[in-house]
Write a protein that binds this ligand. Structure first.
Ligand code: NDP
Length: 399
């Protein structure tokens, strides 16, 4: 009998909740808790009677005391954090205080600095270990599946991996001139930051969107993609022995970039508070309030995502290349869960990572990134839960 506390009720949480219910043999009981309880109740109403016993709760996940009270009251076996990256540490503190396992999909980011790093969460390793509880970090798609793909490639296809290129293509079209596919504040903080990639033992910084490549993605077509910093670069650089270079590219359309540049130029993407009519407001938070809610994009988004990883390395003394990727259709995802493919590709791995812990397959005291765990059962579950992966033994490389 296992019991999950799911925190958050946005696009990713919606998909994860749907997928947990589809796996109700593992997820027998689930409490959906978030800041706005109506969203939790809406999900419960859609999913009740389908196998998982669902309850709801209102919680402010910035408040450790509230979290501890909720955890002590519900007594979950695992907390799946799908609220925002600002809450990682408060939720981890509450898990430590109550001796409960933890999993998330994005690393901690302080609200006042647009800088995401694993150091804050890795610092919990000894405390989680001593408490005999598990924390799994970054079980979304990227990070998440990209790390599992890396562990799978290392385990089955290479003696040593030297180069990793992660390519994240969203070929979806929502018909708006400008909108973000997940939380606008988090998304814009990510893409307006400087680029960075790992090479020969250190990070090399670039200007935002300075490095552009063109790639032909199966079932999407040719797209412009730009080098970004992404959090799994930090963990893969640490946990993949022999690695010489890791880069992350994401596709962006011209309209998105032109709007972003304009918003940046007028100061709307700033996270520095300004005074407006006697009140302090953060321009980026105001921008979030006027942009379309990502959850409203589901019905109107058509097209596919194509996200994967190209590996170059050595096997049995020979140079080898290998690519693993997934293609996900926005409308298929929407029809199944009410959310588009960006939420779907994150929510499915969030459920699978949770399943790995609850089934004891990824249960180990301490704080771990997904690439440190056995990839095989996770890879098996991706195929079974709507994110099948494709292998390419002659991939086109990125120069
Ligand atoms: P949304 O903005 O759609 O949802 C966030 C949810 O968290 C909302 O329900 C929100 O409540 C709730 N929330 C925010 N603050 C609090 C709080 N203090 N207490 C309780 N609940 C709170 O985001 P997404 O669903 O798109 O993303 C969820 C997470 O997934 C994010 O951390 C994001 O970074 C991550 N992500 C990871 C990806 C990956 O591949 N690894 C890709 C995409 C996203 P309310 O409804 O009141 O606003």
């Amino acid at each position: 009998m296992s019991r999950l506390l799911l925190i958050g009720a946005g696009g990713v949480a919606r998909v994860a909740a749907y997928k947990c219910v589809q796996n109700s043999d593992v997820f027998q009981e689930m409490c959906i808790a978030s800041r706005t309880i109506e969203k939790c109740e809406e999900l419960k109403a859609e999913l009740d009677g389908k196998g998982t016993d669902i309850s709801t709760a209102q919680v402010d996940a910035d408040d450790v005391d509230q979290l501890v009270e909720l955890i002590n009251d519900y007594k979950p076996d695992l907390v799946l954090h799908l609220a925002l990256p600002y809450q990682n540490l408060s939720i981890m503190d509450a898990c430590l205080a109550t001796g409960t396992d933890y999993i998330d999909t994005a690393n901690y980011e302080p609200r006042d600095t647009a800088k995401f790093e694993y150091k804050w969460q890795w610092a919990y390793h000894d405390r989680f270990k001593d408490a005999g509880i598990t924390a799994i970090l970054g079980s979304g798609f990227d990070p998440g599946v990209t790390g599992v793909f890396s562990a799978y490639a290392a385990k089955h296809h290479f003696d040593e991996i030297n180069y990793i290129d992660i390519l994240d293509c969203n070929g979806g079209d929502h018909g708006y001139p400008f909108a973000t596919n997940f939380n606008p504040e988090i998304n814009i903080r990510e893409v307006s930051a400087k680029g960075r990639y790992w090479e020969n033992g250190k990070f090399i910084e670039t200007e935002p969107m300075e490095i552009k490549r063109i790639y032909d993605f199966e079932e999407v077509g040719q797209r412009d993609m730009y080098l970004l910093y992404h959090e799994e670069l930090e963990s893969l650089a640490k946990f993949m022995p022999g690695i010489q270079r890791i880069r992350f590219f994401m596709t962006f359309g011209e309209s998105y970039l032109t709007h972003l540049k304009c918003l940046e130029n007028v100061g709307m993407t700033s996270i520095e508070p300004i005074e407006f009519e006697g009140e302090q407001i953060v321009p980026l938070q105001f921008l979030k309030a006027v942009l379309p809610d990502p959850s409203s994009l589901g019905p109107r988004t058509v097209g596919k995502t194509n996200i994967g990883v190209i590996f170059q390395g050595v096997k049995d003394g020979q140079e080898k290349v290998y690519r693993l990727y997934n293609i996900c259709d926005h409308q298929t995802a929407y029809k199944e869960t009410g959310a588009q493919a960006v939420s779907y590709t994150t929510g499915v791995p969030a459920m699978i990572g949770s399943k790995m812990i609850l089934q004891g397959l990824w249960k180990k005291p301490g704080v771990f990134n997904v690439e440190q765990m056995d990839p095989d059962p996770f890879m098996h579950d991706l195929n079974k839960n709507g994110l099948p992966w494709i292998e390419d033994f002659e991939p086109v490389l990125v120069d």
